[in-house]
Design a protein around this ligand. Structure first.
Ligand SMILES: Cc1ncc(C[n+]2csc(CCOP(=O)(O)OP(=O)(O)O)c2C)c(N)n1
Ligand SMILES: [Mg+2]
Length: 343
């Protein structure tokens, strides 16, 4: 029997709520570019479409386990318990942010909530995660480390070197390869560019004699089941596994950031802007993981339509307050500019 079939009504409701919180938070980040131009400096990379994958994977963790995502990293801390207000304040680079405004969207960290760091250098976070898993193994903490990275990142040398050492040392790590079909602006199957070799990508595990499975990343319960098995394996001292979670990134790579006087505008999704493939994008939207999970929970009687609406309203209200808080937080003081520079 699938492990997810034992999830309680409360836990399933929690999962739906977290998926919504990620989506609604990201929506506010996106709207900030239009409603408050200049407040977010630089890019913000949104993760719409990843909600089922993130929540399904993180629902399997034990409290002390560590989570190390790539640069598209807003959703994970929200699920781990980082206060959403401090998270948004960080994205706005304000003093009340989780890194006091010095990290910004791509370099979030909240060790107090088991989130040591994210990394804008793609692929490197995979090695960081194995390092944390090595520390856990040496110190016998019993922690499992969850490493999240993209399909594009799985082409990096750091990925292969880390997979090798993690397998040799039987490190307690779960590698979650988030195959969202795109590597920044490039579609995974772009034939003339040979974007990436190998399908399914989970077969890369074979070279290291570790389990490799592909899951439907648009279904949180399917992700839960495969990640749960991988985490239990790591917990039992049997070493790492590779889980490929397949979904579709619904937002473009990053938001086009134009600051006044040029009017702010959103970039179109790459499917449309680069490939002129509106049909692909529309099909992915019709397969939206949040809509599907909502229908599933109502269909099996876990939630009523009213329950779902109540959750949706409360998440919207939470995120209204989040934006107000972040906007009101001051910028870091200029005299603190080099205060946290260690090298
Ligand atoms: C080492 C390194 N090389 C190049 C880049 C520029 N870059 C940013 S995102 C990206 C593609 C990443 O693809 P994937 O891992 O699939 O992540 P996704 O775009 O799906 O979030 C690249 C090449 C980078 N950040 N780091
Ligand atoms: Mg990708």
């Amino acid at each position: 029997m699938a492990a997810s079939s034992a999830l309680s009504k409360d836990r399933l409701t929690w999962m739906y709520t977290q998926m919504l919180r990620i989506r609604e938070f990201e929506e506010r980040v996106k709207r900030t570019f239009v409603e408050h131009p200049g407040v977010i400096r630089g890019h913000a990379h949104l993760g719409d479409g990843a909600e089922a994958s993130i929540v399904g994977a993180l629902a399997t963790r034990h409290e002390s386990d560590l989570v190390m995502p790539s640069y598209r990293c807003h959703g994970y801390p929200l699920v781990l318990g980082t206060p959403a207000k401090a998270l948004m304040a960080e994205i706005y680079q304000r003093r009340d942010g989780i890194c006091k405004g010095f990290g910004g969207s791509m370099h979030l960290a909240d060790p107090a909530h088991h989130f040591p760091t994210a990394s804008g250098i793609i692929g490197q976070g995979i090695a960081h995660a194995a390092g944390a898993a090595y520390a856990a193994q040496v110190k016998k903490t019993g922690q499992v480390v969850y490493s999240f990275f993209g399909d594009g990142s799985s082409k990096q040398g750091a990925f292969y070197e880390t997979m090798n050492l993690a397998a040799v040392w039987k490190l307690p790590v779960v590698f979650v390869l988030e195959n969202n079909q795109y590597q920044a602006y490039t579609h995974i199957s772009l034939e003339d560019a040979n974007a990436i070799a190998g399908d399914p990508l989970s077969q890369k595990a074979k070279a290291f004699s570790m389990p490799g499975v592909t899951a439907d990343g648009t279904d949180p319960l399917k992700v839960y089941d495969v990640v749960n098995e991988a985490a239990e394996r790591a917990r039992a001292g049997k070493g790492p596994s590779l889980v490929e979670s397949k979904f579709y990134r619904l937002s473009p790579h990053g938001n086009a950031i134009t600051v006044p006087p040029v009017p702010t505008q959103f970039q179109e999704h790459e499917a449309i802007e680069v490939y002129g493939n509106k049909a692909e994008f529309e099909a992915a939207k019709a397969n939206d993981p949040i809509k599907k999970f909502r229908a599933h929970l109502i269909g099996n009687g876990t939630l009523t339509e009213q329950d779902a609406k109540r959750i949706e309203e409360s998440v919207r209200a939470e995120m209204e307050e989040v934006v107000k808080f972040a906007l009101a937080s001051p910028l870091p003081a200029p005299e603190d500019a080099v205060k946290y520079v260690y090298a």
